[in-house]
Ligand binder design. Sequence first.
Ligand code: BYC
Length: 313
Amino acid sequence: MENNKFESQFEAKLANNDVIEPKDWMPENYRKHLIRQISQHAHSEIVGMLPEGNWITRAPSLRSKVVLLAKVQDEGGHGLYLYTAAETLGVSRDELLDNLLTGKAKYSSIFNYPTLTWADMGAVGWLVDGAAIMNQVMLQRTSYGPYSRAMIRICKEESFHQRQGYEIMTRMAFGTPEQKAMAQDALNRWWFPSMMMFGPPDAESPNSENALKWRIKRETNDQLRQKFVNQTVPQAEYLGLTMPDPNIKWNEAKKGYDYSDPDWTEFKNVISGNGPCNKERLAARNKAHNDGAWVREAANAFAKKRKEVYEAA
Ligand code: BYC
């Protein structure tokens, strides 16, 4: 009876577009759904630092190095806000990190592809951050308060990241023929993996129904994928690059572009641990975690000492 009352209050808040806060009553499945999505998102930010971190020491100018460095640091910050948001749901950071490091947790499929040339820094910023923003703008209005607030800041920074990538693409596409060919090659390799970032087609997305019902997501995987295609095709045209999908064609009736689906078998392979870089990414995260053990020990020792001094005073 009591639970019913709380449940109606929860439903009323959702219907009213109010946010749910950590101390509010929430259904157990809503809590679990959020922990799953927010922690996967946090892991994606942290693993997402690796493909770009790969190019910091090889950036072609001091300016491009500083900008890339700032972008990669932002992603570390995004991971931090998101882990903190997940912790408000009663899960510990240690448990979440353990799930990532042991390969139990998912993170975005996109970060299991290699960054082979400097043009990939352009394509990642343009397409990967472009897809991320397309998905994340709606998450600023997600129903869980701490996630929504984290997303507001993240989206501001992601817009800068997208511009950083598009600037690199512009310089290369309007540069020498060799640079233009590198930009085209990067677009060819990153297009379909970026389309996979939105998740499986709606008909095969087991989590979408609850996510939409609870206003965690406000648009479906396919709706966002379509918006991303509509936004990106004119940008590629401006760059004078060819979209690597011969089926991309304006469809007046739907006021959007038709396009080919990515290879969903490849997607399933990548998210089950068998993408081109899955093993390398997990090994790099584990190494960074182990190498950082002394920092955690020092911070804990300092906190303990400070508490003793405070209590003795
Ligand atoms: N990669 O029922 P579905 C970023 C999984 S951007 C891996 O549709 P949902 C960044 C899904 O988890 C990237 N796994 O799920 C950008 C589910 O498996 P489980 C991160 C994927 O949750 C630039 C199963 O497939 N962004 O961080 O309704 C630089 C069925 O899917 C993927 C976010 O995380 C994928 N692409 O929709 C640095 C945004 N797609 O959990 C960093 C927040 C699906 O049932 N997340 N799966 O075992 C979301 O909006 C949603 O979670 C998704 C998936 C759209 C990703």
